[in-house]
Design a binder for this molecule. Structure first.
Ligand code: PEP
Length: 247
């Protein structure tokens, strides 16, 4: 039984009041078999730190600036995230690739800035429904991965996490089948091993409509080292149930 990484992405949800209840439930979870992380909106990082310090739950952010600091109105730097003891940060989530037109170069820079501050980047990759229809899923996913692998020299395989998130499965209630998750994760693993002899050490998460019903099946798959959970992480008891799964 290996420890998995269970990550909750709250997206743009929450309030001081509703967060307090969620944090209370999560902080009450002890002796979890997995490493558990909640990624909260920037403005609630102080609350996350105050509520979760000393608990088994870690916290992080959903994005980071591609710049170190300066005249970048509205952005939040990796150094600022480190001030709030963020452990993880999402990079290249499909919602940001789409709504903020994040380019490959911006994603690499964000990834590098996170690493510079010892915050573990979770690189989100995944094909759209159209890519899938056109039979391009594998090539799209590997290209998105290569953006980082090929541009960053001396990248330690254990220093980052990959989240395979088929875009068509995010927030739709339609998770990918276990067969297709298995196939894509094996492909990603093989690619990581070809890139680096220690490619086994990069954790690969699955994300896309993970729920209390399907999480165990997914977590038991080979090459699935954890899950990235959106909507289901907003219901603290559901998220805690996923966090308790031993797979
Ligand atoms: C996500 O936001 O990364 C995600 C996987 O969302 P959901 O679980 O709601 O599909």
């Amino acid at each position: 039984m290996a420890q998995k990484l269970i990550v909750g992405n709250w997206k743009m949800n929450g309030s001081l009041r509703s967060n307090a209840l969620r944090f209370q439930v999560l902080a009450g979870e002890v002796q979890l078999p997995n490493q558990v992380v909640v990624l909260v909106p920037f403005v609630y990082l102080a609350q996350a730190k105050a509520s979760l310090t000393g608990s088994d739950i870690l916290w992080g952010a959903q994005d980071v600036s591609d710049q170190a600091g300066g005249a970048f109105t509205g952005d939040v730097s990796a150094e600022m995230l480190a001030d709030f003891a963020c452990h993880y940060v999402l990079v290249g989530h499909s919602e940001r690739r789409k709504t903020h037109n994040e380019s490959d170069i911006v994603i690499v820079d964000k990834f590098q800035h996170a690493l510079n501050r010892s915050i573990t980047p979770i690189l989100c990759i995944g094909e759209t429904a159209q890519d899938r229809q056109e039979g391009k899923s594998e090539s799209v996913v590997l290209e998105q991965l290569d953006v980082v692998l090929k541009r960053l020299e001396c990248l330690d395989p254990a220093s980052f996490v990959v989240a395979y998130e088929p875009v068509w499965a995010i927030g739709t209630g339609k998770s990918a089948s276990v067969e297709s998750i298995s196939a894509m994760h094996s492909l990603i693993r093989a690619h990581l091993k070809k890139w680096n002899a220690r490619g086994e050490e990069t954790r690969i998460l699955y994300g896309g409509s993970v729920t209390t019903e399907n999480a165990e099946r997914i977590l038991k798959l080979e090459n699935v080292e954890g899950v990235l959970v959106g909507n289901a992480s907003l219901e603290a008891h559901d998220f805690a149930a996923i966090a308790r799964i031993t797979a």
